[in-house]
Design a protein around this ligand. Structure first.
Ligand SMILES: Cc1cc2nc3c(=O)[nH]c(=O)nc-3n(C[C@H](O)[C@H](O)[C@H](O)COP(=O)(O)OP(=O)(O)OC[C@H]3O[C@@H](n4cnc5c(N)ncnc54)[C@H](O)[C@@H]3O)c2cc1C
Length: 341
């Protein structure tokens, strides 16, 4: 589970390989920094905040500071402050694709879900329309908006939890499609305060990843996705709604909804076989370590049965990787992002 460093910023780095892991600097935030944050963000900053409250796995240690941002002015201010003080920061969405280690995250974790939520129609050109979704809006609201307006193209994402920002960053999708199929451009905030729009041809989408140029966007000077523009087609709202309901029903039947998880833990290896199929055939369905379990319903889901720690999940994931490699000679790679110090 180790990988070579790709690039670094302010004591924070993302490593390539299996799993992707963001490590933050070791020092907790000192008193003057806490005071500045409290003075500027009041009760929207929480210190030593358990990340189990902000991730769908419901595990993970604390972030030194957790901040809910309301708008660009605040984003500019905090990005400048962090850069100036050398404090690592990380923007997350709904934490539905994250596993935060038990040691937690050093630095500031931010979310845009309180302020960056607007979804609107931008262009209407005959059979084609463009809608814009802010990064903090829920992906389900984006899908619902498109269905209600009779715009086709986003139904593949029905039932995928999380935000528009997270969906773009992860190139979220299903066998029906992925974000790359509908993205027209992405609006990016650079830490020095510049906002730039990157058209589709400047973005590089691969399996569960959006990259920009040669490097992952999150590594590029701590850039943050502000919004996405999606090119859709005019269609019939009633037909789209029927399709969306069927997709949701099918997902509910196939996936373990009641227990905390981060969705599919491993990427599907290349070829026709799914990671879930390999894990199932390796006899691992139901296998538990501590409170972490390979779901009995969907073998590529690791679920938290109630009292799991991040370590339980990591140890179980490692055991899955080793067993699948031994039995089938296939190296599984986590789809879930593993974050922490
Ligand atoms: C039950 C369940 C089912 C799921 N099913 C699917 C599925 O069918 N298909 C699928 O693809 N995924 C699925 N997932 C995984 C997850 O929901 C998606 O990857 C989702 O798009 C993540 O969105 P998020 O807002 O939670 O992002 P997070 O998990 O919070 O973040 C994901 C990554 O994006 C970065 N990020 C988030 N917002 C921004 C931003 N504004 N700017 C820069 N970086 C940002 C974070 O730093 C992190 O690196 C599932 C998860 C669960 C729990």
């Amino acid at each position: 589970m180790k990988g070579a460093a790709l690039s670094g910023f302010a004591g924070m780095m993302m490593t390539e390989g299996s799993p992707e892991k963001i490590r933050c600097g070791r020092e907790a935030l000192g008193w003057p920094i806490r005071k500045w944050l409290t003075d500027h963000f009041g009760d929207r900053v929480a210190f030593d905040e358990p990340m189990s409250r902000h991730t769908s796995f419901r595990v993970g240690g604390s972030a030194d500071a957790f901040l809910s941002l309301r708008g660009i002015r605040e984003l500019t201010m905090i990005a400048r402050f962090c850069k100036e003080k050398g404090i690592p920061y990380l923007v997350i969405g709904d934490g539905t694709n994250l596993l935060v280690t038990d040691a937690g995250i050093r630095g500031v974790v931010m979310t845009l879900t309180a302020g960056f939520r607007e979804i609107k129609k931008i262009k209407d050109e005959g059979p084609e329309v463009t809608i814009q979704g802010m990064a903090g809006a829920r992906a389900r609201m984006l899908c619902r908006f498109a269905v209600r307006e009779g715009f086709a193209g986003l139904n593949f994402a029905v039932g995928i939890p999380g935000t528009v920002g997270g969906a773009l960053m992860m190139n979220a999708g299903t066998p029906r499609g992925c974000m790359a199929d509908v993205v027209e451009c992405v609006e990016i905030f650079h830490p020095e305060g510049r906002i730039e729009k990157y058209p589709r041809h400047d973005l590089h989408f691969t399996y569960r990843k959006m990259t920009w140029g040669l490097e992952p966007i999150a590594d590029k000077e701590n850039s943050i996705i502000l919004s996405g523009f999606f090119r859709l087609r005019r269609s019939d709202a009633r037909l789209l709604k029927t399709e969306a309901d069927a997709i949701l029903k099918e997902r509910r039947e196939r996936q373990p909804w009641r227990l905390p998880s981060a969705g599919c833990f491993f990427k599907n290896p290349t070829g026709d076989i799914s990671a879930g199929n390999l894990i199932d055939r390796a006899g691992l369905k139901g296998k538990s370590i501590g409170g972490a379990q390979v779901s009995k319903r969907h073998a590529n889901f690791i679920v938290n049965t109630g009292k799991a720690t991040a370590s339980d999940i990591l140890v179980l994931a490692e055991e899955i990787e080793e067993t699948v490699l031994k039995v089938f000679g296939v190296k599984l790679e986590p789809e879930v992002k593993i974050i922490g110090s």
